[in-house]
Design a protein around this ligand. Structure first.
Ligand SMILES: *Cc1c(COP(=O)(O)O)cnc(C)c1O
Length: 437
């Protein structure tokens, strides 16, 4: 399979090349040149995530140097489950796809571990580690650090906006040491993302380091995310003979692109609803056709505080006409006030504790017209464990949220980070200096 740039369709790469480069040479994002087409029966006998992954991803690996490793890669990346949990009948036909059972308790673990497993199996230059620059709004950085920590062929540099991530997220970003450098940037997530882009465009840094990116512009993070949508939709189909609808908490739009791709490949997925926080760029675009990126607003669902989502370029490549895109997906914007009220209400009524991101999806479901709700089974995509956001969630539900063991193990480690200003000079100085301060 070849991959092509969203900008210049004549520019193509193999999967290995696309993963190594991160971004296409023309500044576009890599997308599959064509999508394979599956039927439900193609997955007969595939029950675990790894088994579904191997069949779903095989066409993308065809004739790539990595193709012989696919089986090992999916076993490494999908070593923890994404259970589909049914809620009590009082909630209607509602299930939760729990994507937070990995080492850092958010769905980013799937993509980060898959990417690490792919890069690990590519040739490395002795003595010249791949330097992975990652800008994070909170969850990506921890997942990437966890996936690459201790790999001798990689160095990870995490940029996070100081003061704009939760206390436990910050711990997950700064507890690693060794080959992980954590930089607390005096700025926003958009600043961090800009600094990474500037670093890629800087000839001096390009010659000093072998730079790579682990943000969701990298196709190596998106392909594995299609797998849990495939597995979840197959489970509902086998049980009920109906295509489930999915409600996806969205920020940079990587997770929802993966869901759309799974539907495009023939998986039994019905309507897809995007739940955004108060950052309205995407809902406004789908209702007006005007694309107006803007600075990100700080909200309770901070991992979705994105005013200029980079994966929009992949959505618009799929559906260049905005009306056509608006017929494929619906988008909603949920305020902080509604996030808080939904966390309280669902804890009381269902006994479920949502993280603030998952709560946006729960609110979209709760406020959907009753006829639409009754048409099918709906699946809320639970993107993070609520214990990562204990400062927000615990006062609302007036109880302690149990900490999953993987997260608990990280909370006791020493935290080390370097503060830098929000500019390229600050990043350069930190890259040159050895070790954390
Ligand atoms: C990253 C993240 C999101 C947003 O996902 P996108 O792929 O950027 O749309 C939602 N919830 C949580 C918890 C996240 O970490």
């Amino acid at each position: 399979m070849r991959f092509t740039s969203t900008r210049d369709g004549g520019l193509t790469a193999t999967l290995s090349e696309a993963i190594r480069q991160g971004i296409a040479p023309d500044g576009g994002l890599y997308v599959p040149a064509r999508f394979p087409s599956f039927r439900v029966a193609d997955f007969d006998g595939a029950d675990t995530l790894a088994e579904v992954a191997e069949r779903l991803l095989a066409p993308f690996f065809a004739r790539d140097p990595l193709s012989g490793c696919l089986s090992a890669i999916v076993r490494e990346a999908f070593s923890f489950p994404a259970p589909l949990k049914d809620l009590p009948r009082g909630a209607g036909r509602l299930s939760v796809l729990e994507l937070f059972h990995g080492p850092t308790a958010a769905f980013k673990d799937f993509g980060a571990r898959f990417l690490a497993a792919c890069l690990e199996r590519q040739p490395h230059e002795a003595g010249r580690p791949v330097t992975i620059l990652v800008a994070t709004s909170g969850d990506t950085g921890g997942a990437v650090a966890a996936a690459f920590h201790g790999k001798p062929w990689a160095r990870v540099v995490v940029l996070y906006p100081e003061g704009l991530v939760s206390r436990r997220q910050q711990q997950q970003l700064t507890c690693w040491g060794d080959n992980v450098t954590s930089l607390a940037v005096a700025g926003t997530f958009d600043d961090c993302q800009r600094m990474v882009k500037e670093a890629f465009a800087d000839p001096e840094l390009q010659s000093r380091f072998e730079l790579s990116s682990a943000n969701s512009i990298n196709i190596g993070r998106l392909l594995p995310q299609s797998v849990y949508y495939a597995a979840g939709s197959l489970e509902v189909w086998r049980r009920e003979g109906q295509a489930a609808g999915f409600i996806v908490p969205s920020g940079n739009l990587g997770n929802v692109v993966a869901c759309l791709w799974a539907r495009l490949m023939g998986l039994p997925i019905g309507p897809i609803e995007l739940a955004h926080n108060a950052n309205r760029t995407v809902p406004d675009f789908l209702s007006s056709g005007e694309w107006q990126p803007r600075p990100g607003l700080a909200t309770l669902a901070s991992a979705m505080d994105v005013g200029n989502p980079s994966n929009m370029e992949r959505l618009r490549w799929l559906s260049p006409d905005w009306r056509e895109l608006a017929s494929q997906v619906k988008a909603h914007s949920i305020t902080d006030e509604r996030i808080r009220a939904r966390i309280r209400a669902d804890y009381r009524a269902l006994g479920e504790t949502w993280c603030p991101h998952t709560a946006t999806a729960a609110e979209v479901y709760a406020t959907m017209p009753a006829t639409q709700r009754g048409e099918r089974r709906w699946v809320l995509v639970a993107t993070a464990h609520p214990a990562k956001f204990d400062e927000i969630v615990e006062p609302l539900v007036a109880t302690r949220v149990p900490v999953p063991p993987g997260l608990a193990a990280l909370l006791g480690l020493p935290s080390r980070f370097t503060r830098i200003p929000a500019n390229l000079a600050g990043l350069k100085a930190a890259l040159g200096g050895e070790g954390p301060s």
